[in-house]
Design a protein around this ligand. Structure first.
Ligand code: AMP
Ligand code: MG
Length: 342
């Protein structure tokens, strides 16, 4: 199959293009589209055969459930058996936006979407292209991130093309996404709200509305991992810089191809310490006091390391506050749960 790429305006998506994409969705096809978090791979969420194609195209384990994306509030009541006061409050505070709610599901939702669970994950994205596509399709869109399973999520149409060309009908392309990390997944099906995945809405923002929130994240699947090995360093800027110098000497001595993804502060500390020729790819991620900028480009930079042929990525940890919780969750997964304290 040849994958069509349609360029579309991010702020005012052209109706004719959206209409063609929606037709593919209604025919049971797969269309990738931008959201404010990352690019999603959409299918008609009420059509089991269409949903199955998502798992095939991504090579995603079928026991990993999908999020249903809606464009209006009324649809939530048709998908969830129960929308309690907590859900209503969160919806009015954060939708449209990067918060996914897990609620008891209605029987009509295919098991393929929920991996047989009695709950369903629902979100209303904020991106005009996503909203227009859902509306024109007239059905909730099941849409995981539009990457090969396990690999860093796509934040541009080009990333989607690299991963899924020939496997999906079309890509709606409208430039890089804003948040750069996935939505927060919050489970409201029990008495205590549980965060399964930290994301674009912070724990602090949720706690302000809900009181107690539990966080339970697991390492069940390899996730967000580039082909290169990721080495995550934690400590003061001075010590991290010294460790990087030592590791670059070591690894380059072994003939390894090294990538450095570091904050502005660490680059300043490193100065001339690192031999330029020993490093294959390097990027300044900006200041660690602007995590939103780092989140926006981190997946692109992990992918760029692979494109350059890097074998070992040296990068650093962040304060687990605000968006830092989500950022650290992704980095830890890409580093197989390992941190080097210096
Ligand atoms: P993705 O869209 O690929 O970024 O991933 C969707 C995320 O939502 C995964 O972390 C799923 O495990 C999670 N999810 C989807 N449905 C449910 C559910 N019913 N209960 C708990 N987590 C869910
Ligand atoms: Mg994903």
């Amino acid at each position: 199959m040849e994958t069509k790429i349609w360029s579309v305006s991010a702020s005012q998506p052209e109706p004719e293009i959206i209409k063609q994409a929606a037709t593919l969705i209604r025919q049971g096809g797969l269309v990738a589209f931008p959201t404010e978090t990352v690019y999603g791979l959409g299918a008609d969420g009420l059509n089991p055969q269409a949903v199955e194609k998502i798992f095939k195209a991504k090579e995603r384990p079928t026991d990993n459930p999908l999020i249903l994306h809606v464009a209006d509030f009324a649809t939530v009541g048709r998908l969830a058996r129960q929308v309690d006061e907590r859900a209503t409050k969160l919806i009015s505070a954060f939708w449209p936006g990067p918060l996914t709610l897990v609620l008891p599901k209605q029987k009509s939702i295919p098991n393929e979407v929920t991996a047989g669970l009695d709950t369903v994950a629902i979100r209303m994205p904020r991106h005009p292209v996503a909203l227009a596509l859902i509306k024109a399709s007239g059905t909730p869109l099941a849409a995981p991130s539009a990457n090969r399973s396990g690999y860093p999520s796509p934040t541009t149409g080009q990333h989607v093309y690299t991963d899924l060309a020939g496997r999906i009908e079309a890509i709606l392309e409208s430039g890089p996404t804003g948040v750069g990390l996935e939505s927060t997944v919050l489970d409201l099906s029990g008495t205590v709200p549980v965060v399964w995945r930290p994301g674009g809405v912070s724990l602090e923002e949720l706690t302000a509305i809900l009181g107690t929130v539990e966080m339970k994240t697991d390492l069940k699947y390899t996730h967000y991992a580039p082909r290169a090995e990721v080495v995550l360093l934690q400590g003061s800027t001075v010590k991290v810089a010294a460790k990087i110098k030592a590791l670059v000497d070591d690894y380059s001595g072994q003939g390894k191809k090294i990538g450095l993804l570091l904050t502005a502060e660490t680059w300043i500390e490193l100065g001339e310490m690192v031999e330029k020729s020993a490093v294959l790819y390097q990027q300044n991620l900006g200041s660690s006091s602007h995590l939103e900028n780092i989140a926006r480009i981190i997946y692109r930079e992990l992918r760029n390391c692979d494109l350059a042929g890097v074998e070992i990525i040296l990068t650093e940890t962040y304060q687990r506050k605000g968006l830092g919780v989500a950022l650290m969750n992704r980095l830890l997964k890409s580093a197989n749960g390992q941190v080097i304290n210096v």
